[in-house]
Design a protein around this ligand. Structure first.
Ligand SMILES: Cc1cc2nc3c(=O)[nH]c(=O)nc-3n(C[C@H](O)[C@H](O)[C@H](O)COP(=O)(O)O)c2cc1C
Length: 380
C-alpha cells in the first residue's frame, strides 16, 4: 500500500519510483533493471540516433515485459547565428590554444535533435507505456500520433505556469522538476534560472494548481525524500542522480569519482555546456566561463565548440570540460545495482511510512502528550 496509488495504477507499475531519463548515462540495462524491480525504467533518446534508440528498445522489450518510459527532448530547432557561434568559439579560444587544438579544429555539430517524425515512428513501433518529454511538448500532430498508441504522456514543469500549460495540452501526469534537480532544467515558458523553485515550495503549489497526478523530481535520493514528496502531495518520485551511482550507469570513471565526492554545495546551474541551464558539478569550464554565460549560442549549439576541448582533456584524464550533471543530493549515494536500489528505496519508504503512522496513532500521541507535561513547571 502506498499513500497514493493513482500513478501506480495509471502506469501499471508496483512502486512509485521512476528512474529519471538520463541522456548519455542510462540505457537499456538500467531501464530493464528498474522496471523488473517494479519501478518505471526510462530510456532517454535525446542523444541517440533513431537506429541506436531502436537497438536499445529491442533489447528492453526482449528482456522485460514491464512498463517502460521513453523520453525525448522537444526544444525548438535553433536558429543558425554564425556570428554568435563564432563569438562563443572565440570565448573558448584560450583553451583551444592551451590544449594544442588547431585553431580550425573540427567542431562537431551537436547531435541533440528534438522529437520528430522518425522518433515518433519508433514510438508507434515499440508502443512504450509512458512517453515523456523535456522542454515542453512537441508539435500537436506528433503528440496526437503518440496519444493514439495509448501511451501515457508526461512532461516536466519547473513552475506552476508550466504545469498548468502542460495539463491544458492534455498531459496525463506532470513531473515537478525542482531547482535541486540534476541535468537540464525542463523549463520552457521562461529561461530565467534566478526565479526557479525548490522541491519543498514547488511540489505542493503544482499539486494545488492541477488535477493530474504530480511526480516530484529534484534532490530526492532516499526514503526520507520519498516520504517528504508524498507529504507534499506528490504521487511518485522521479530520481536521477541516485541512479548514476549504480553499475548500470554508463558514465566514465572520472564522472563516477566526481559524483562520489560531490558535496551538497558543489553543483551549479550552468548553460556553458549546451546553451540551456542544467545542474552539474562545478568544474573548470563552469568556474571560469559560467556558470551562466551570455555568450552561449542557442541550445544545443553551444555543445559543438566545447566538444573538442572535452575530448582532448578527457584523453589526458581530466574532466575540466566534461558536463558532470548532478543534482544537489549526490552525497546521499549508495552504490547498488539499480534493481536493488529500487527495491531498497521502496522498502525503506514503506518502513518509514509505517513508523510515522505508528507515531501518529492516538495511543502514542496520548503518551507523547503525557510525557511532554512531565517536569513542566506548574503555572500559577
Ligand atoms: C545525467 C542526467 C541526465 C539527464 N537527462 C535527462 C533527459 O535526457 N531527459 C529528461 O527528461 N530529464 C533528464 N534529466 C533530469 C531528470 O529527469 C530529473 O529531473 C533529475 O535527475 C531529478 O533530480 P535528481 O538528479 O536530483 O534526482 C537528467 C538528469 C541527469 C542527472
Amino acid at each position: 500500500m502506498w499513500p497514493n496509488e493513482r500513478l501506480i495504477n495509471m502506469f501499471g507499475i508496483e512502486v512509485p519510483i521512476i528512474q529519471a531519463p538520463m541522456a548519455g548515462s542510462a540505457f537499456s540495462d538500467m531501464v530493464v533493471a528498474v522496471s523488473e524491480a517494479g519501478g518505471l525504467g526510462s530510456l532517454a533518446c535525446a542523444l541517440l540516433s533513431v537506429e541506436q534508440a531502436r537497438r536499445e528498445l529491442e533489447t528492453i522489450r526482449r528482456k522485460t515485459r514491464r512498463p517502460i518510459n521513453v523520453n525525448f527532448f522537444c526544444h525548438p530547432q535553433p536558429r543558425s547565428e554564425p556570428a554568435r557561434e563564432m563569438n562563443w568559439r572565440r570565448r573558448l579560444e584560450a583553451y583551444y590554444v592551451e590544449l594544442g587544438l588547431e585553431h580550425n579544429a573540427a567542431v562537431l555539430s551537436s547531435n541533440r535533435t528534438p522529437f520528430d517524425d522518425k522518433m515518433c515512428d519508433l514510438v508507434l513501433e515499440f508502443q512504450p507505456e509512458v512517453v515523456s518529454f523535456h522542454f515542453g511538448l512537441p508539435e500537436r500532430n506528433l503528440l496526437v500520433r503518440v496519444r493514439k498508441t495509448g501511451a501515457k504522456i508526461i512532461s516536466s514543469a519547473t513552475a506552476v505556469d508550466e504545469a498548468r500549460w502542460l495539463e491544458d495540452q492534455g498531459c496525463d501526469a506532470i513531473v515537478a522538476q525542482s531547482y535541486e534537480a540534476g541535468g537540464h532544467r525542463g523549463m520552457f515558458l521562461t529561461q530565467d534560472v534566478s526565479t526557479q523553485v525548490g522541491t519543498m515550495a514547488l511540489v505542493p503549489q503544482v499539486v494545488d494548481a492541477v488535477k493530474v497526478p504530480v511526480i516530484a523530481a529534484g534532490g530526492i535520493a532516499d526514503a526520507r525524500g520519498i516520504v517528504a514528496a508524498f507529504a507534499l502531495g506528490a504521487v511518485a518520485v522521479q530520481i536521477g542522480t541516485a541512479y548514476l551511482h549504480c553499475p548500470e550507469a554508463q558514465i566514465s570513471p572520472m564522472y563516477r569519482e566526481a559524483l562520489k565526492n560531490a558535496k551538497d554545495n558543489e553543483t551549479a546551474i550552468t548553460n556553458v555546456f549546451t546553451g540551456r541551464p542544467a545542474r552539474g558539478i562545478v568544474n573548470r569550464l563552469v568556474r571560469e566561463v559560467g556558470p551562466m554565460s551570455d555568450a552561449v549560442p542557442e541550445f544545443p549549439l553551444a555543445a559543438a565548440a566545447v566538444a573538442p576541448l572535452r575530448a582532448k582533456s578527457e584523453m589526458a584524464g581530466s574532466a575540466d570540460f566534461t558536463p558532470l550533471w548532478s543534482g544537489q543530493a549526490a552525497r546521499l549515494n549508495r552504490e547498488l545495482p539499480a534493481a536493488e536500489l529500487t527495491r531498497q528505496l521502496a522498502e525503506e519508504t514503506q518502513e518509514k511510512l509505517r513508523f510515522l503512522e505508528t507515531m501518529a496513532s492516538p495511543d502514542v500521541l496520548a503518551q507523547a502528550a503525557a510525557l511532554a507535561t512531565v517536569g513542566r513547571p506548574v503555572s500559577r
